[in-house]
Design a protein around this ligand. Structure first.
Ligand code: AHR
Length: 512
């Protein structure tokens, strides 16, 4: 099978924003406790942060970290997580049916972010709380001092303001599973009033309103429109979430499903711009894709996602990712890169243990899941100007459907090209990096890339991720079963790159 790609130095989609390469830490299962934070672990530092996890996070290279939820935030009292640890209350968390000990809270999270050199992104509770708690949290975090909330932060030991810029106005408020789920009108009002007060305290804030929690939500589209009618002048971002799935056990369709993210993004851009047009506004809202990943094995019904008895940090959502999952995930990375003009923030959900690229054993080691690799490559090598890729490739028909969507909210999937690709030009470093997914399960792909106006003459790096068995996984005892290897035979001459991409493979080629 053959494919041809054309890229041109002067035909660009847009520049990647640093925040495109974010991830997410929620109080969920063992993401915080036993994940990033485990006092007493042999690798824990004096703050209880696991150094082995920090080292893997550094390699993964996320740039912004969303916290503390997710569903969790819609029932969270932020005041429970600050102040002397021994005085903090234990609470039932109704999002994940567990007990929250509150030994890790906002200040510890900020310390962890500073240590990891990652920008924090905070979500406020617009479920069981509202604008008042939200503005108090902003005052606690960002006001220098001289008021009750800011002086409380100082009394807690954090003299300098945290200076948190990016805030999410609630989480998945469109979903009936959310604590104090709201209609678009109810949420639009609450989000607007929260935004106003939060920005009166700190005008430098950048705010994201909740868009749809999935494209197959019955309210998708109508939700965005109504929420933006309220919030348009008060926010910079509208959020969206996607979890790719293989419920149907149909690998070709699963690998195609990342293309639905492309449609989802385009549709939300259209709605945001339509709201702008109605107001005669040239303001352009950006998209915060603040939850995305592959997730289906540990999803399903609530019973399958929780452990009885209200445990602390239960082993839930510990999805073990396969080689096949890493391919679908790579497709999602390409979708994000190819929308760098409007997706200016994105968070891989999540970071450790719960649907995560990094796994740990409580008291034991940490290792990389299969999906770790495409993300690390995208984050480390995918920064710059994304060039438009004109892809000529054979296509295939898919049977994609999401059994969680109701009949009328399933989306038909058109045929998709076997090759999915993105190209990023790092003009400062003089690199062009290609991200290439061969979705054909049996055939390798002879690729030719025509590089117009680009001076690349040399292959600086060529890596592939593949395994004969698409169900192969990485485990504590075999952590490198699926890991990148050299992609041999990549050549560049007279502005043309040639390579053979193995069947069912994710590939990264960097030229200079
Ligand atoms: O990331 C896991 C959960 O998925 C989040 O808590 C929620 O926002 C989404 O439904």
């Amino acid at each position: 099978m053959k494919a041809h790609v054309t890229i041109d130095r002067d035909v660009a989609i847009g520049d990647t924003h640093e925040r495109l390469f974010g991830a997410f830490v929620e109080h969920l299962g063992r993401c915080v406790y036993g994940g990033i934070f485990e006092p007493g672990h042999p690798e824990a530092n004096e703050k209880g942060f696991r150094r082995d996890v920090l080292a893997l996070v550094k390699e993964l290279a996320p740039t912004i970290m969303r916290y503390p939820g997710g569903n969790f935030v819609s029932g969270y009292n932020w005041e429970d997580g600050v102040g002397p640890v021994e005085q903090r209350p234990r609470r039932l968390d109704l999002a994940w049916m567990s007990t929250e000990p509150n030994t890790f809270g906002t200040n510890e999270f900020i310390d962890w972010c500073r240590e990891a050199q990652i920008e924090p992104m905070l979500a406020v509770n617009l479920g069981t709380r509202g604008p008042d708690a939200a503005r108090n949290l902003v005052e606690y975090c960002n006001h220098p001092g001289g008021t009750a909330w800011s002086d409380l932060r100082r009394a807690h030991g954090w003299e300098k303001p945290h200076d948190i810029r990016f805030w999410c106005l609630g989480n998945e408020v469109d979903g009936p599973w959310q604590m104090e789920h709201k209609t678009a009108w109810e949420y639009g009002r609450v989000a607007t009033e929260s935004a106003k007060m939060m920005k009166w305290i700190d005008p430098r804030l950048e705010l994201a309103a909740c868009g749809s929690s999935a494209r197959n939500m019955p309210t998708f589209g109508v939700w965005e429109r109504e929420v933006l009618e309220h919030t348009f002048d008060h926010v910079e971002f509208i959020s969206l979430h996607t979890y790719l799935n293989n419920y149907a056990d149909d690998m070709p369709s699963f690998l195609a499903s990342a293309d639905l993210m492309d449609s989802f993004i385009d549709e939300i851009v259209a709605i945001a711009d339509a709201v702008a047009a109605e107001r005669r506004s040239d303001r352009r809202l950006m998209l915060s894709f603040d939850e995305w990943n592959v997730w289906y094995r540990t999803r399903g019904k609530r019973e399958g996602r929780t452990v009885p008895g209200w445990p602390v940090a239960p082993r839930i959502l510990e999805e073990v990712y396969t080689m096949g999952d890493a391919l679908a995930f790579g497709g999602a990375c390409i979708s994000l890169l190819n929308h760098a003009d409007r997706v200016k923030a994105a968070c891989l959900a999540q970071l450790v243990n719960a649907i995560a690229p990094i796994m740990t054993e409580t008291g034991g080691p940490a290792w990389r899941q299969t999906i770790f690799h495409p993300f690390a490559q995208m984050s480390n090598l995918g920064r710059g100007r994304v060039l438009k890729s004109r892809v000529e490739s054979e296509t295939y028909a898919t049977n994609y459907y999401d059994p969680r969507g109701t009949q009328e909210h399933r989306f038909a999937m058109p045929t998709v090209p076997y090759l999915k690709s993105a190209a990023v030009h790092d003009r400062d470093g003089g690199f062009v990096t290609l991200f290439l997914l061969n979705r054909h399960l049996q055939e390798s792909l002879d690729l030719e890339v025509e590089l117009r106006g680009l001076q690349a003459t040399e292959v600086a790096l060529a890596r592939q991720l593949r395994h004969d068995d698409l169900s192969a996984v990485n485990t504590k005892d075999a952590p490198d079963t699926v890991s990148p290897a050299a992609l041999e035979g990549v050549r560049i001459a007279q502005g043309r790159l040639t390579a053979t991409l193995p069947a069912a493979s994710w590939n990264v080629v960097r030229l200079r």
